[in-house]
Design a protein around this ligand. Structure first.
Ligand SMILES: [Zn+2]
Length: 285
């Protein structure tokens, strides 16, 4: 883990410190070698959070976008079960950064435990072929509304195991294919058993979860609601209700100050290559 409690305060691992686990409260010792990222480990093997995975630079770089006090938060359910969430935001979203592959049972258990507040961020570069398969699969995606970069994907996901594995989540799943690309947001399956996907600016994702708003004044949760409404209207054209002007699809308004989360060009090429300008390439941390 990145943090342990030292005299009641969350501290990063440093030689000669000793601390207590933020989860099970048992003694932790610092590991400060050069091979792995600096971390704390339990002094004695114990039954701590069995969902916890060893952290990589990828985890750390994501967690570093959020305040220390939001990281590694013990979350306790009413029945007493607890787990350590990677990040819990001020708006009560649980951000889970998943690098290694996860068996379906554990994924479902985590979905159930954290409920609707869970937002997954999945390392799409962990396996060699996921990015190219995803790229190929997107060719069959069908943009649904002009001006909104959201596409329906085929319901049979066998050719893209990454999407297939994550397709049963009850909240959005964001795939991280590296800094050359935007995040890709897989929306939860609709009542009509369809899946929708769209590029999502990495910076907007980070800003929104840090409490900033979109250029239209929306929170992350409001933005997701707008996207869900767009999908609902697309799937149920007969049920569309007249909306007062300026509400609902306000995401279509022209850009004012900052880039909107879902860009405005629905062409598939653009869908995929958004942000892929080498000049704007970000460094890994
Ligand atoms: Zn522990």
């Amino acid at each position: 883990m990145r943090f342990a409690l030292v005299d009641g305060e969350k501290k990063e691992a440093e030689k000669e410190l000793t601390g207590l686990c933020v989860g099970c409260e048992k003694p932790m010792i610092p590991v400060c070698g050069i091979k792995k990222v600096k971390h704390w480990r339990h002094k004695v093997n114990c039954e701590c959070d069995h969902w916890w995975e060893n952290e990589t630079e990828w985890h750390r770089s994501w967690k570093n976008h959020f305040p220390t006090e939001w990281q590694e938060i013990r979350h306790r359910a009413d029945d007493g079960e607890w787990h350590i969430a990677d990040v819990k935001t001020k708006a009560d979203y649980i951000l889970e950064f998943q690098h290694s592959s996860l068996n379906p049972e554990e994924r479902q258990a985590r979905n159930k435990f954290y409920g609707n507040n869970l937002v997954w961020v999945v390392d799409g570069l962990k396996r060699k072929n996921d990015l190219s398969r995803f790229h190929l699969f997107l060719k069959n995606a069908k943009p649904i509304v002009q001006g909104i970069n959201l596409a329906r994907i085929p319901s049979v996901l066998d050719e893209c195991s990454l999407l297939k594995e994550w397709s049963a989540c009850s909240g959005p799943v964001f795939f991280d294919f590296g800094f050359e690309f935007p995040l890709w947001c897989l929306m939860p399956k609709t009542l009509k058993a369809a899946h929708y996907i769209g590029p999502f600016s990495r910076q907007n994702f980070i800003e929104l979860h840090n409490g900033l708003l979109t250029q239209n004044g929306q929170t992350f949760s409001e933005l997701m609601k707008v996207l869900t409404d767009i999908v609902f209207a697309y799937e149920n054209p007969e049920q569309q209700i007249a909306r007062p002007q300026g509400q609902g699809l306000s995401i279509r308004q022209p850009m004012r100050q900052r880039q909107i989360a879902i860009p405005a060009n629905p062409s598939q090429k653009y869908l995929f290559y958004l942000n892929r300008s080498p000049q704007r390439r970000f460094k890994r941390f």
